[in-house]
Design a protein around this ligand. Structure first.
Ligand SMILES: Cc1ncc(COP(=O)(O)O)c(C=O)c1O
Length: 323
C-alpha cells in the first residue's frame, strides 16, 4: 500500500534537544507569572533538562530527580543548567514519590506529568505547527512515541481546538502511540478495552525496558491517553529494542538523527505498513522527539578505531583499497 507522504516532525531542533522544551517554556512562564521560585520534577531525563534550562532563565531554583540509569549526557544537561540533580534508584514513578514527599517541607511546586496545566498547553504547539506546516490540513495518521502520554494530550487538544475554531476541517488524525515492548502499559490498556478485564492494573515493573522516555510503567493517567487514542480511531503498538536499534541505524544512514523514541516511531511505521494498516494514499507524520547524541553511546555499535598512520588505517580497515 503506498502512502501519499511521510513527514518527520523534527523535535530534536528544540532549544534543549527534545520536545520537552515546549511544555516547560509554557509551564515555567505561567509559574513565573505567579511568583513561583522553586520547582521540582521527576523525569526520565529530557523533561528534567528542559525544566532546568527554563527555570535557570526565569531565575527559579530547580530540583530534578531521574532514574539512576538515565543516559549520562541527559542527566549532565540538567547539571549544566544549574539544577539540583539527583539519580533515583528506581523508575520515574519512584522519582515522583521523592518529589511528592518533599513538597510540603521544601515548598517546591511539582511540575511532573499532568501536575499543572502549562506543560500540556505548551505541547499543543506541536499540533498547531503540524497543521500550519501542512497548510491547514491534517495528516491521516500520526505516530507518537509514548511514555506518560502528555504529547498525545497536547496533540489531541490542539487539533480539537483548531477544528472548533474552524481552522481545520474533517477527521482528526488517527493517533498511534508507539511504545517499547518491555514497557507497554498503554498498549495493554488498548488491548483490554471491551474485554472482561477492561481496566487492567498498570504494570509496575519494566525490568527489561531500556531507560528512555518510553519507560513509564505507571503513566499518571493511562486511561485518559487510551480514551484519546480511541476517540481518534487510533491505536497503540509496541516495537522491540532490536527494532529500535535497527530503525535508528536506517535513519542515520539517511542522514537523520533519531533518539531511541524517535527511532521507535520509524520501526512502528514499518510494522504498520507490513501489516497492511494503511488505507492507501494516506499522509503520515512521525514524531522524532529527540536527538541521537543525547543518548550516546547508545547508538554507537562499536568503539571508534584509533589510528596513527595510514598503515594503521589499512590494518583496522582491511577492505580499504582506495579509488
Ligand atoms: C525523547 C522523548 N520522547 C518521548 C517521550 C514520551 O513522552 P510523553 O511523556 O509525552 O508520552 C519522552 C519522555 O520522556 C521523551 O523524552
Amino acid at each position: 500500500m503506498s502512502l501519499r507522504g511521510v513527514y518527520s516532525k523534527r523535535e530534536e531542533i528544540n532549544p534543549t534537544g527534545s520536545f520537552k522544551a515546549r511544555g516547560f517554556s509554557a509551564a515555567v512562564t505561567l509559574l513565573h507569572e505567579r511568583g513561583v521560585r522553586k520547582v521540582a520534577v521527576n523525569s526520565n531525563g529530557n523533561a528534567a533538562a528542559a525544566l532546568a534550562a527554563y527555570a535557570a532563565r526565569a531565575g527559579m531554583e530547580a530540583y530534578v530527580f531521574v532514574p539512576k540509569d538515565c543516559p549520562g549526557l541527559i542527566a549532565m544537561e540538567s547539571v549544566h543548567y544549574g539544577a539540583h540533580t539527583y539519580l533515583v534508584d528506581g523508575y520515574i514513578q519512584d522519582a515522583g514519590r521523592v518529589v511528592e514527599d518533599g513538597a510540603a517541607e521544601q515548598g517546591w511546586v511539582h511540575v511532573g506529568t499532568l501536575r499543572e496545566p502549562g506543560r500540556a498547553e505548551g505541547k499543543k504547539t506541536m499540533g498547531l505547527e503540524v497543521a500550519e506546516q501542512l497548510e491547514w490540513t491534517l495528516p491521516d495518521v500520526i505516530l507518537y512515541p509514548t511514555g506518560g502520554g502528555s504529547g498525545i494530550i497536547g496533540l489531541w487538544r490542539a487539533f480539537e481546538q483548531l477544528r472548533q475554531l474552524g481552522w481545520v476541517q474533517g477527521e482528526l488524525p488517527r493517533l498511534i502511540a508507539v511504545q517499547e515492548s518491555g514497557c507497554q502499559p498503554i498498549v495493554d490498556l488498548m488491548r483490554a478495552y471491551g474485554s472482561d478485564n477492561e481496566r487492567p492494573a498498570l504494570a509496575d515493573a519494566a525490568a527489561t525496558a531500556a531507560p528512555t522516555g518510553l519507560r513509564v510503567p505507571a503513566p499518571p493517567d493511562g486511561h485518559l491517553i487510551a480514551s484519546i487514542l480511541r476517540r481518534t480511531g487510533g491505536d497503540a503498538i509496541s516495537v522491540t529494542q532490536e527494532d529500535i536499534r535497527g530503525a535508528a541505524k536506517e535513519l542515520a544512514a539517511a542522514g537523520l538523527t533519531a533518539s531511541p523514541e524517535g527511532a521507535a516511531v520509524w520501526a512502528g511505521l514499518l510494522q504498520l505498513h507490513d501489516s497492511g494498516y494503511f488505507r492507501g494514499n494516506e499522509t503520515v507524520v512521525l514524531f522524532n522527539t529527540s536527538h541521537a547524541v543525547k543518548y550516546w553511546p547508545w547508538s554507537m555499535p562499536e568503539p571508534i578505531p584509533v589510528v596513527r598512520s595510514y598503515a594503521d588505517f589499512k590494518a583496522v580497515h582491511p577492505q580499504a583499497k582506495g579509488g
